[in-house]
Design a protein around this ligand. Structure first.
Ligand code: PEP
Ligand code: MG
Length: 537
């Protein structure tokens, strides 16, 4: 048995097979100089792409439905597009390597489609790009991360949000990363999935790769490779106790979250995709307090279309029914990067073009998202909020665009509902100006993860600074009290959707401050409901 430690980000015990995630490396092959050989390579890759797409189509049909899976069918048809095939052949005849010919011709065709007037044809541009990137990846030897069957503990050096989004969540028993901080998105995902996980763990990847059994104790932050009989017995006992505790919380399922003095608190879930909304309902969440929209933009090669966004929001609205859903608009930037938006590399991305700043600078990105939200509003109880607001003018500008978009949709005969517009309070400026913003906003939701980072000037991604990243800092508490007071004085509600919202040590304090909504990983709702019901506030 070998053991080591990490920083636990969610409690519980997991025991099983370890799978090591390694980042794909792309090696661009140069042309062999033989056009016939390059053509043969392209043909083989095209057939592999067909096999991959067929398997993906079958999986998508089951998981997201036949209508959505049709996108993959379109890509399969494009593999046989004669114009594309002729263009690739010509490029190869001109001396291009098969991989580059596949990619460049795909790019040219994608641009032609993107310039078309017809919305349907425009949207096909993304499919061509996806299809040609697939052939390119195959030719570069990048077959993607291959997962084994069954459930496993995932071990990695680090995981970017765009990588976690592609993982089969239902099969992951635990995350163990060698890097990452307690407020990184891997940690947030672990909490969303309710799985014991460690960041900054000292587990060697080779050891994880070669052990028979890996176990993680999320209570103490310990990992064990091939645990001995005594350790195994201790872990199984802990696991059983944890299950029993979770079982006891079931008494709170279906109950209202009301304090002893009758104060109603809304306990909501943080989600990233429609699948999470289903988990939120199962966990008895009373709504969605934060939908991290950017997850619809990560893990892909192109901007999602208005139609795709609409379908995702509509699905969430329908799953949640009467329950309120707060959609946060795109929060790309800092740790959540996408390649296709053409954003420049920044010296200091956490202070760079991120969140609402991108949306107010690039209306062509913001507009389809807002249209999708307003279109989906007809199907449920949606609100919208903006991330990274620092000034009142930003909120006013974003609100003005919302109104214009609603009018535009109405004039197109598309039904919409009123969508309350709130502010995600996560910059010190917004917190200090809460009494001003409260006059313009329908609600506040505090992002304590970023508010801690910016107030204390501590990079939330920097594992070495964890001991300085103190969300209980008195400066934070003063800001939180001011936010809640400003909201109450102006007759709007205030909630907390950052990780601190689920901290049981803070529930009583937050209720006393006047917060009436807490949004968290769905699996925490029953535990917090118990605290709310026992509170005298
Ligand atoms: C926050 O900053 O607290 C928050 C909830 O948003 P994110 O973690 O996605 O930045
Ligand atoms: Mg944030």
């Amino acid at each position: 048995m070998t053991q080591g430690y990490g920083l636990p980000v969610f409690s519980g015990v997991a025991i099983g097979n370890a799978v090591v995630y390694r980042k794909a490396e792309r090696v661009l092959p140069v042309s062999s100089g033989d056009a016939n050989l390059e053509k043969a390579k392209f043909e083989t890759a095209r057939e592999t792409a067909r096999e991959q797409l067929t398997a993906l189509y079958e999986k998508a049909k089951v998981e997201i439905g036949e209508e959505q899976a049709a996108i993959i069918e379109v890509q399969m048809l494009m593999l046989d597009d004669l114009d594309y095939l002729d263009a690739v052949e010509a490029a190869i005849a001109d001396g291009a390597a098969a991989a580059l010919a596949a990619l460049d011709c795909g790019e040219e065709f994608a641009e032609v489609f993107a310039a078309m007037d017809d919305e349907y044809m425009k949207a096909r541009s993304a499919d061509i790009r996806d299809m040609s990137h697939r052939i390119y990846d195959i030719l570069c030897g990048n077959t993607g991360f291959q997962l084994p069957e069954g459930k496993f503990l995932l071990v990695a050096e680090d995981l970017a949000p765009s990588e976690t989004i592609q993982l089969p969540r239902e099969r992951i028993l635990a995350f163990l990363t060698r890097q990452g901080s307690s407020s990184s998105h891997t940690a947030i995902l672990a909490r969303t999935l309710n799985i014991p996980s460690l960041v900054q763990s000292d587990i060697p990847l080779e050891l994880a790769e070669n052990c028979e059994v890996l176990a993680v104790d999320g209570f103490t932050g310990t990992w064990y490779a091939d645990p001995d009989a005594e350790t195994m017995e201790m872990l199984l006992k802990k696991q059983a106790e944890d299950n029993a505790n979770r079982q006891a919380l079931e008494a709170y399922r279906g109950k209202e979250s009301v304090t002893k003095s009758g104060k109603k608190i809304l306990l909501c879930a943080n989600i990233g995709c429609p699948e999470d909304a289903e988990a939120a309902v199962k966990a008895d969440a009373e709504g969605v307090g934060l939908m991290r929209s950017e997850f619809l933009y990560l893990g892909r090669d192109n901007l999602p279309t208005e139609e795709e966004l609409f379908e995702a929001y509509k699905k969430v609205a329908q799953i949640m029914g009467e329950r309120p859903v707060v959609i946060r608009t795109l929060d790309i930037g800092a740790d959540k990067q996408v390649s296709y938006m053409g954003l420049e590399q920044e010296e200091n991305p956490a202070l760079g073009l991120r969140g609402l700043r991108i949306c107010l600078t690039r209306e062509e990105i913001f507009r389809p998202q807002l249209r999708a939200i307003y279109r989906a509003s007809a199907y449920g109880n949606l609100s919208v909020m903006f991330p990274m607001v620092a000034s009142v003018w930003e909120l006013k500008a974003a609100k003005a665009l919302c109104y214009r978009i609603r009018q535009e949709l109405e004039s197109e005969g598309i039904p919409t509902k009123e969508v309350p517009i709130g502010v995600m309070v996560e910059t010190p400026a917004a917190a200090v100006l809460a009494h001003e913003l409260a006059k313009e906003a329908a609600f506040f939701s505090v992002g304590t993860n970023d508010l801690t980072q910016y107030t204390l000037a501590v990079d939330r991604q920097n594992a070495k600074l964890d001991k300085f990243y103190d969300p209980y800092h008195p400066a934070l508490m003063a800001l939180l009290a001011h936010i809640a007071k400003s909201a109450n004085e102006n007759g709007i509600w205030a909630g907390i959707c950052g990780e601190l919202g689920a901290d049981p040590k803070m529930t009583e304090t937050f209720l006393k401050m006047g917060f009436t909504e807490l949004s968290m990983a769905a699996g925490r709702v029953l535990e917090l409901r118990k605290l709310v019901c026992e509170s005298e506030v």
